[in-house]
Design a protein around this ligand. Structure first.
Ligand code: SF4
Ligand code: SF4
Length: 84
C-alpha cells in the first residue's frame, strides 16, 4: 500500500461554493497543496479539491475557514471494478 493511502483518513473536505468567499486561506493551509481557487463564469472565486483521491483527510483546511464553508464528510468507499 502506498504511503499516501496508508495515512488516508475516512473523511474528505467538501466546500460549499455558496459560502466560500475565495479568500484562499484553506489553499494556503493545505500541506499537500491539493486545494486550488477556481473562478466561475460569473468571475466568483471559490476553493476546490480537484483530486479528492489524493487528500489524506488531515482536516487542516477546516479551522482556517472563517466562513464555515468546509465540512468533512465520510469518504465513499471505492469498490474495485469487477467486485461489485
Ligand atoms: S478558507 Fe473558506 S472561504 Fe476561504 S477559500 Fe477556503 S473554503 Fe473558501
Ligand atoms: S484535508 Fe488536509 S490534505 Fe485534504 S484538502 Fe484539507 S488540508 Fe489538504
Amino acid at each position: 500500500m502506498s504511503d499516501h493511502l496508508r495515512r488516508r483518513k475516512a473523511v474528505l473536505p467538501v466546500i460549499a461554493r455558496d459560502l466560500c468567499t475565495g479568500c484562499g486561506w484553506c489553499v494556503a493551509a493545505c500541506p499537500d497543496h491539493l486545494l486550488v481557487l477556481e473562478v466561475d463564469s460569473q468571475r466568483r472565486k471559490a476553493a476546490e479539491l480537484p483530486q479528492p483521491e489524493l487528500c489524506p483527510g488531515c482536516g487542516k483546511c477546516l479551522p482556517v475557514c472563517n466562513f464555515r464553508a468546509i465540512r468533512l464528510v465520510k469518504r465513499v468507499a471505492q469498490i474495485p471494478a469487477g467486485r461489485a
